[in-house]
Design a protein around this ligand. Structure first.
Ligand code: NAD
Length: 354
């Protein structure tokens, strides 16, 4: 038991955390999965792990020090990977408070638990312990038409979401410099892929396009995001966890800058090909422009050369391959989407904490 590599993964019922956990357990890692099951947490994503002794699901909050202290010790945890967060920019505009509570106050409590646990370790276990914090490129603010974010770009968050993530990144950094905690931080561009909550651009557009509904595009549709397939983000996190230099931050991105309108047109074309509309019409005709998001960042782009040259990471999916795979996944998993849309994903499984 003691020599099975064990990771405490927080937020592992969410989009990226869920993909990460499925992959880690597949690789023989034991995962203690701590998730508060907010609206974004979905145990359906983890259904294939039911009964697997290498997956221990715990419904709980990263801010619960008593719980986290116990989990770290009880399971002899080798690393903490922190995905838990409030993650949706639009929700942060409507209600910033929960973003500060989970992303800042919650991360601080998790850091304190990790620090105390790490200090109690001895010898090789203490040397090998890692705290990996998963963050976003949005902490760097917005770019003009040229240039890319590097690890030394000054932080300039513009939304309550990115401000709360920036604050958590600073706390992680401070815990390394002040207490010596062996931390790593990754700042990644926009993710897409299986199990993404259908409020985010790509699954939202797929769902509405299939339903024959209007496809809302903010502003002029020319905001640029650098898209990365979620599986490639997960492989980057593994590389940083296993080989990254303690105290460093690594930018993660796929060199796949696309305007929002291009992303939406690509999805429409893929769906027209795979599921032609009954009336033979083109789904592009469903596009409607809506008032822009307040403070909407114009362009994000990531320079991931540090991660590539130091750790030998490379994404396995081009945007074209990844988006086609994602459309196919959503077409094949309409039941997963349906249970989110009708709310039934919240009713079952809750309270089945191990
Ligand atoms: P998500 O919203 O899909 O999942 C977040 C998960 O955290 C949910 O399962 C939720 O229940 C859980 N959670 C929320 N508050 C919690 C708390 N207090 N205690 C325990 N669990 C809690 O988010 P995601 O898109 O999977 O993002 C995961 C992480 O990656 C976030 O930290 C986010 O900032 C970061 N990130 C996301 C993207 C992206 O494009 N989605 C890009 C870069 C970085």
């Amino acid at each position: 038991e003691a020599d099975v590599t064990t990771w405490l993964v927080t937020g592992g019922a969410g989009f990226i955390g869920g993909n990460f956990v499925l992959d880690a357990v597949q690789r023989g890692i034991k995962v203690v999965n701590l998730d508060a099951l907010t609206y974004a947490g979905n145990r359906d994503t983890l259904a294939s792990l039911d009964g697997n002794p290498n997956h221990v699901f715990v419904a709980g909050d990263i801010g619960d020090r008593t719980l986290v202290d116990r989990l770290l010790r009880e399971h002899n945890v080798d690393a903490v990977v922190n995905f838990a967060a409030e993650s949706h920019v639009d929700r942060s505009i409507d209600g910033p408070g929960t973003f500060v509570q989970t992303n800042v106050v919650g991360t601080l409590a998790l850091l304190e638990s990790a620090r105390d646990y790490w200090k109690s370790l001895e010898g090789p276990a203490r040397d090998a312990f890692r705290f990996l914090h998963v963050s976003t490129d949005e902490v760097y603010g917005s770019l003009g038409d040229t240039g890319k974010f590097t690890e030394t770009t000054a932080y300039a968050p513009n939304s309550p979401y990115s401000a709360s993530k920036a604050a958590s990144d600073h706390l992680v950094r401070a815990f390394h410099h002040t207490y010596g905690l062996p931390v790593l931080t990754t700042n990644c561009s926009n993710n897409y892929g299986p199990y993404q909550f259908p409020e985010k651009l790509i699954p939202l557009i797929i769902a509405r396009a299939l339903a024959g509904e209007p496809l809302p595009i903010y502003g002029d549709g020319k905001n640029v995001r650098d898209w990365l397939y979620v599986g490639d983000h997960c492989s980057a996190i593994r590389a940083v966890l296993e080989r990254g230099r303690v105290g460093e931050t690594y930018n993660v991105g796929g060199d796949a800058e696309r305007q929002n309108i291009e992303v939406v047109r690509t999805i429409c074309a893929l769906l027209d090909e795979r599921r032609p509309r009954a009336d033979g019409g083109k789904r592009e005709s469903q596009i409607t422009y809506v008032a822009d998001r307040p403070g909407h960042d114009r362009r994000y782009a990531i320079d991931a050369s540090k991660l590539k040259s130091e750790l030998g990471w490379a994404p396995a999916h081009t945007f074209e391959q990844g988006i086609a795979d994602t459309v196919d996944w959503y077409l094949a998993h309409q039941d997963w989407v349906q249970r989110v849309t009708d709310g039934s994903y919240r009713l079952e499984r809750i309270g089945t904490a191990a």
